[in-house]
Ligand binder design. Structure first.
Ligand SMILES: O=c1ccn([C@@H]2O[C@H](COP(=O)(O)OP(=O)(O)O[C@H]3O[C@H](CO)[C@@H](O)[C@H](O)[C@H]3O)[C@@H](O)[C@H]2O)c(=O)[nH]1
Length: 541
């Protein structure tokens, strides 16, 4: 299926007279926003500019090699290999594959991934040529025929703020599995550093670095931007509870808007011009008509939703002032579920504010009963209706969003379609709170006792997405239903009744103990570090 560019969707929005006035596009000047081109296969100092040959490898390893079938072509892109194969089906050629440790990993179905529970599983083995790499952005690439060479068409480096949180951690896995390099900034106010160790285990690759810091720490953030040359940012770090925001609105404005200002300043100062912003369908407020499309005017009903709306406005204003800036604001509906591998899931600190983690804790016996907020809504069973979306679909949506911003590990950095684009991430299917409870009982085989109590201030009756725009723009749709969400969330909850519990040996706040100027666990970050998350550090000095 041919994919339509994101700019197509932006034009759709511009044509829509009901589109919010901050949703704008800027005509793209060809080539202008392409960012720095990545040179392909630049020789390393002291290294012959030829491809390293099989003999070199054998000498370096002192052991035999698994030799791949020789090929008749020299291509760098997997799809090129596949295309060529299709054109000459009898040629004994294979599409080029990248080795798992090479930092650029093709997506594999979960069943074929190394089992994280196996000792040593998922841990990339050090390649003997690794010592030749002198830049963190370089990686090895192995071609059919056994040729291995240094690939300087660097994997993109992505900053993920709030990367240890629920959606952030799943997105980190998705990005690592697809060959991105990932740096996390998280203050762990509502997350555990242990989640990052599990991200690495699940993805089978380490993070490039992980910093424990508040995004509002402008000086610290500036040092992070000076330490890494980011290609794009995915911004999750925020407070996210609708009902809590009604009680402590200033905290929500302070954290959510403060972090956005600080991040946009750093991006502007360091000329990092691609942002995927974690927005929210709560911006739509009380719906008169369903499903909700992106042209629906904003009518937020609580400080949390208003803060997300203001962040979108802020990003739109910066797009007007900085024509190279490209922002994709993803308005997710209700992300729930967990990674099917069972290591990653939702583990908020304290009493869960959201219905799914609370109900899961009831099912596992940590809490007595669920309070269902409101049984008198104008819905079939009287409880509120939400569009629950699997967190792995949300994570996948972020990877595709980066691709639409020109950031794809399988290609050189592409042009960034400048301006702000807003897209829903939802399934289009509404599920009531009581329907969700019934599905959790089915998945877990346990009773989830509940009591219907008063409606809560800030809540709305129904939020259900129109998923048409994202499908038009990217050819993308969600693939998992509420049964999958409950089954996966239960798998995590059952295996981790206390969530992440005691951190997995994580040394919180560890610094640069080995004095190499990198967060501990570094060395050749993203490639050979046993676990960057095992040494989450403060911001670089
Ligand atoms: O203990 C609980 C918690 C929630 N609910 C109800 O369940 C529904 C869903 O609540 P929740 O899971 O908290 O989701 P939302 O309030 O819809 O907000 C979530 O979903 C938004 C998108 O809709 C995100 O932007 C927010 O960050 C996220 O917290 C609402 O009607 C709540 O009143 C209960 O009945 N009992």
């Amino acid at each position: 299926m041919a994919l339509r560019g994101a700019r197509g969707a932006r034009r759709d929005l511009q044509r829509d007279p009901a589109a919010p006035d901050h949703v704008q596009g800027h005509a793209q000047e060809p080539g202008r926003h392409a960012g720095p081109a990545r040179p392909a296969h630049v020789p390393l100092p002291g290294v012959q500019p030829r491809a390293l040959r099989r003999g070199d490898l054998r000498r370096a390893t002192g052991q035999g090699l698994r030799v791949r079938t020789p090929v008749h072509h020299e291509r760098t892109d997997l799809r090129d290999g596949l295309r060529q194969r299709a054109a000459a089906p009898h040629a004994r050629s294979r599409p080029i594959r990248r080795r798992a440790h090479a930092g650029r990993v093709p997506h594999r179905p979960a069943a074929t991934r190394p089992r994280a529970a196996d000792p040593g599983a998922g841990r990339p083995r050090r390649h003997p040529l690794r010592a030749l790499l002198h830049q963190r952005s370089q990686s090895l690439i192995t071609r059919p025929g056994g040729q291995t060479r240094v690939n300087t068409q660097a994997a993109p480096i992505i900053l993920v703020t709030g990367g240890a949180g629920f959606i952030g951690s799943h997105t980190c896995v998705e990005l690592l599995e697809h060959g991105h390099q990932v740096v996390v900034v998280d203050d762990h106010s509502n997350s555990s550093p242990a989640a990052l160790a599990r991200v690495e285990k699940t993805a089978g690759r380490p993070l490039l670095a992980a910093y424990r810091m508040d995004v509002r720490d402008t000086a610290g953030l500036d040092r992070v931007f000076r330490t890494h040359r980011f290609d794009a940012v995915v911004h999750f770090a925020a407070l996210k509870s609708v009902r809590e925001s009604v009680q402590i609105p200033l905290d929500y404005y302070d954290v959510n808007l403060g972090a956005m200002v600080s991040l946009l300043r750093a991006m502007h100062a360091h000329k990092v011009n691609r942002l995927v912003f974690s927005s929210s369908c709560s911006i739509y407020g009380e719906a008169k008509k369903l499903p909700l499309d992106e042209g629906r005017p904003a009518a937020p009903t609580n400080p949390y939703a208003r803060s997300k709306w203001m962040c979108e406005l802020m990003a739109g204003d910066l797009c007007r002032a900085w024509p190279e800036f490209a922002v994709l604001a993803l308005r997710y509906f209700n992300p729930v579920g967990a990674h099917p591998g069972g290591l990653l899931g939702e583990d908020p600190r304290g009493v869960p504010g959201n219905v799914m983690p609370f109900a899961m804790q009831v099912a596992v016996g940590r809490r007595e009963k669920l309070s269902v907020f409101g049984g008198d809504y104008a819905t079939p069973d009287g409880t509120a209706v939400r569009d629950f979306i699997h967190v792995v679909d949300v994570a996948d949506g972020h990877r595709v969003a980066l691709r639409e911003l020109g950031v794809d590990p399988d290609r050189p950095l592409g042009p960034a379609p400048a301006g702000l684009q807003v897209l829903n991430l939802g399934t289009g299917v509404g599920t009531s709170v009581l329907e969700l409870v019934a599905e959790i009982e089915r998945a877990s085989g346990r009773a989830v006792p509940y009591e219907i109590v008063e409606r809560q201030p800030g809540d709305v009756t129904r939020l259900v997405a129109s998923a048409a725009a994202v499908e038009r723009a990217w050819g993308w749709r969600t693939t998992r239903d509420v049964a999958d969400m409950c089954a996966d969330a239960w798998r995590f909850q059952k295996a981790n009744p206390d969530g992440y519990g005691a951190p997995d040996g994580v040394r919180d706040g560890a610094r640069d103990g080995d004095g190499d100027g990198e967060p501990d666990g570094g060395g050749e970050p993203g490639i050979t570090a046993p676990s960057v998350a095992g040494a989450v550090s403060g911001p670089p000095k």
